[in-house]
Write a protein that binds this ligand. Structure first.
Ligand code: HEC
Ligand code: HEC
Length: 416
């Protein structure tokens, strides 16, 4: 059963009050959801869920990264992109899950057989090098938590219920310096995001891998199609290694970037301007690495762990149903009229960048009228398999460090 966080907090407060009233010198027991966390992680957790840290108050990290939705969600809106603290502003992008985000390496250009390609980073365009750098940003984004300055945020944290704990961890004078406070906030949150809660490896997929569960026939068929280079070819980017005993070898992403030509989401306010395009790796939030315009329109390959919990899919949240997102892969090129108004493909990219879209590897590499790589029954099987990637099927399984990456040099972006 999921306990509403507000109710839970109330119950905790009453519980703590009762203890205080008893007057015993006993230390307060840790709330059940803080058992096993270090002081630093507890701080991170309280900051992550603190809805007093937005302007106006009411939004926390968890509003968009909802634990009930595998730390994703869009703060209640169905527009496909996140709704800000002001209750009106819609951002540009769909909220990714914060789960398994800690495995992303820092953004870098990596050499492969196919040339130098961008890899890693936080955000869908990789513009934050680490969880720490990422965590500081939502507090000040006008379409997110909307604080005017580090000083204003510091004032609020300095009077929070966990302010004393914060001083114990970060020094008695920490609140006198907003920059130091910001660093401490970001480091605390990042520490929380590195806990097992964000990477439990407790899905059916993990349990099958450990020999503790078995796929249904449909799920097994879906996995085979997912891996088959001639069929779904999904694992070319959403890397999985079911034979490995280490679940961290199956993060369902290699943190590379690709351009899928996802249809334009007309529910995004910025898209009312026909001249506006969200081009991911080449802007508007960053500039293209090395000025390489072939990267325009590419976004980071997301993990597919917990994809069944997504309220919207792809960077712009165009899809609201997982099956549609998978069907898009199969029929984008064979039946473009199904996805694009008037059947003219790639309506969310300026014409000059249409050539950046990946058309070279399965499940693409088809033409209008061809048989798709995946038929309807095969799409259903892949969707059934993706359902096995939801955490909470069983107990968390320990993951070791990720095995060294082997990259697929044939990636569309960064091709020579
Ligand atoms: C208003 C909704 C909203 C709030 C509030 C919010 N986020 Fe996010 N978060 C997003 C969106 C949207 C993105 C993707 C943005 C982009 O790619 O430009 C994102 C990206 C991230 C990522 C990167 C994940 C990845 O795979 O690249 C992490 C980690 C994250 N947020 C953590 C946080 C933390 C920590 C907080 C609180 C300090 C927070 N978020 C507050 C919506 C939100
Ligand atoms: C060539 C690399 C590549 C291949 C092959 C590929 N994907 Fe993806 N996938 C991506 C990228 C990149 C994105 C994000 C694109 C965006 O947001 O614009 C993505 C996004 C997704 C999403 C949305 C996830 C979310 O949280 O929003 C799903 C679902 C998905 N892929 C499933 C699949 C399946 C199933 C297959 C095989 C049929 C597949 N992918 C094959 C690169 C790939």
């Amino acid at each position: 059963m999921r306990i509403d966080p507000v109710v839970r907090r109330l119950v905790m407060a009453v519980f703590a009050g009762t203890l205080a009233a008893c007057g015993g010198g006993e230390p307060e027991p840790a709330p059940p959801d803080e058992v096993g966390l270090t002081r630093l992680e507890v701080l991170g957790k309280r900051l992550f869920f603190d809805a007093s840290l937005s302007v106006p108050p009411g939004q926390s990290c968890a509003s968009c990264h909802d634990p009930a939705l595998a730390f994703s969600g869009n703060n209640g809106t169905t527009a496909g992109v996140a709704l800000g603290a002001d209750g009106r502003s819609l951002g540009l992008r769909n909220t990714p899950t914060a789960m398994y985000a800690r495995f992303a390496p820092a953004f870098d250009m990596e050499d492969t057989d196919g040339g130098s390609i961008p890899v890693g980073g936080q955000f869908l365009d990789g513009r934050a090098a680490s969880l720490e750098i990422q965590a500081a940003q939502p507090f000040f984004a006008p379409d997110e938590m909307n604080n005017p300055s580090a000083a204003a945020l510091t004032t609020k944290v300095a009077v929070a219920s966990y302010a004393e704990l914060f001083r114990e961890e970060w020094g008695a004078l920490v609140f006198e310096n907003p920059d130091a406070t910001m660093k401490a906030i970001a480091a605390s949150i990042a520490a929380f995001e590195r806990t097992e809660r964000f990477a439990p490896f407790s899905s059916k997929f993990d349990h099958v891998g450990a020999g503790l569960a078995q796929y249904s026939a449909l799920e097994q068929r879906g996995l085979d199609l997912f891996l088959d280079p001639e069929k779904g070819n999904c694992a070319a980017c959403h890397v999985a290694n079911p034979a490995s005993r280490n679940p961290a070898d199956s993060l369902f992403t290699d943190y590379t970037y690709d351009n899928l030509g996802v249809p334009r989401n007309a529910r995004i306010p910025a898209n009312a301007d026909p001249a506006f395009f969200d081009l991911g790796l080449c802007g508007p939030r960053r500039s293209a690495p090395g000025g390489d315009e072939t990267l325009c329109g590419a976004f980071k390959v997301p993990t597919l762990r917990n994809v069944g919990k997504r309220v919207a899919l792809m960077h712009n949240g165009y899809f609201t149903r997982l099956r549609d997102a998978v069907a898009f892969y199969a029929t984008r090129d064979t039946d473009p009229a199904r996805w694009y108004p008037g059947g003219v493909p790639f309506d969310d990219l300026p014409p000059g960048y249409h050539a950046n879209v990946n058309r070279s590897e399965a499940p693409y590499d088809r033409n209008p009228g061809d048989a798709p790589r995946l038929d309807d029954a095969e799409i259903d099987a892949i969707v059934a398999f993706l359902g096995t990637l939801t955490d909470g099927y069983g107990a968390p399984l320990a993951a070791q460090a990720k095995s060294p990456a082997r990259r697929n040099g044939a990636r569309a972006t960064g091709r020579p």
